[in-house]
Write a protein that binds this ligand. Structure first.
Ligand code: MN
Length: 321
């Protein structure tokens, strides 16, 4: 998905200055953002006062939306730089096309993982016909400096490892959880896992104390470390935990996101993650003049234009907000 916000704001983030070195319970409220004409998303990252969780730099939660008589998701071709996108669905499907020639339909609990490297462009749309409900999350992972020029690539993994306990099925999206590792390529120590809890379950998950974590609630009624987390909200948990207590009042779906605190400053604007104002401005120009991001074939519509750059320079300001 794209950041379609026409007043795309600059986000300077990264660095350990943002990291809480001990367990915390910080509830993050979503910001409602309109994507195109038909989709409203709830944006959890970047959030006021919390820009990243590990290398996770962008988290949108959308749906469940009844799109039986609607076009559903319609995101025209747009560019990305310096990041990976993760498409994760609980209901419906997303048809992905990109400038490397990929054409894939992502379905619930399948991993659509796009690594932009230096440059890629893609489109995402609800296929015709499509399921009645669309419900999912769109996530970005910042690439570390040493790997942000890798070749653009798209992976579609339909089989992912799971970890189970009574009342819990955890599907490993990225990285590893309790010894089960996702086949998705990663560039920083990171984890993403889908947690399906049956109503009445009380359990706990093993965590890595060196990682920071957050949990996004997607559905149901659940308590994360004793805190009720409503669907569309995210609980930031900090570092220093070796386990995470979970309790589900009803059947519930959660996303666990974590990783080693991302120790680089980044500049995030529109659909780009870079390191300087100049780099972002060059990427914007390259998208407008068609010189770097390739071409998405087969999408019925025109590519997204880039918004204007903000009047103030985009610059990293050190390890503070
Ligand atoms: Mn996108």
């Amino acid at each position: 998905m794209s950041n379609l916000d026409r007043q795309a704001a600059l986000s300077v983030c990264g660095g350990r200055g943002f990291v809480v070195a001990e367990p915390v319970r910080e509830l993050l409220s979503p910001r409602r953002v309109q994507l195109g004409e038909s989709t409203e998303v709830r944006r959890l990252l970047p959030n006021l006062g919390r820009r990243m969780v590990g290398a996770w730099a962008f988290v949108d939660h959308y749906g469940p939306d009844d799109i039986a008589d609607e076009p559903g998701m319609q995101v025209p071709p747009h560019p990305h730089m310096g990041l990976q996108t993760v498409s994760w669905l609980h209901d419906g499907e997303v048809l992905h096309r990109d400038s490397t020639g990929s054409l894939a339909t992502i379905r619930p609990r399948e991993l659509g993982l796009m690594t932009s490297g230096r440059a890629i462009s893609h489109s995402e749309e609800s296929p015709k016909p499509h399921a009645r409900f669309l419900h999912g999350a769109q996530l970005w992972v910042a690439l570390p400096d040493a790997h942000r020029d890798v070749e653009p690539q798209f992976q579609h993994h339909t089989e992912l490892p799971t970890v189970t306990a009574p009342g819990l099925t955890a599907t490993v999206i990225l990285g590893a959880l309790d010894g089960a590792a996702s086949p998705g390529t990663t560039y920083t120590p990171i984890v993403g896992a889908d947690l399906a809890l049956a109503g009445g379950t009380e359990t706990s998950l093993p965590l890595d104390p060196d990682f920071e974590y957050a949990v996004l609630a997607m559905s149901g009624e659940s308590h994360v470390d004793g805190v009720p987390v409503l669907p569309g909200s995210m609980l930031y948990l900090g570092c220093g935990r070796s386990e995470l207590p979970l309790r589900a009042e009803s059947d519930a779906g959660l996303l666990l996101l974590g990783g080693e605190p991302f120790d680089e400053e980044i500049v995030m604007w529109w659909n780009f993650i870079g390191r300087s104002n100049e780099e972002i401005a060059q990427a914007r120009s390259a998208w407008l003049d068609g010189s770097r991001f390739g071409e998405v074939k087969g999408y019925d519509g025109v590519p997204l234009p880039a918004p204007e750059l903000p009047a103030t320079r985009l610059k990293p300001r050190g390890r503070v907000r």
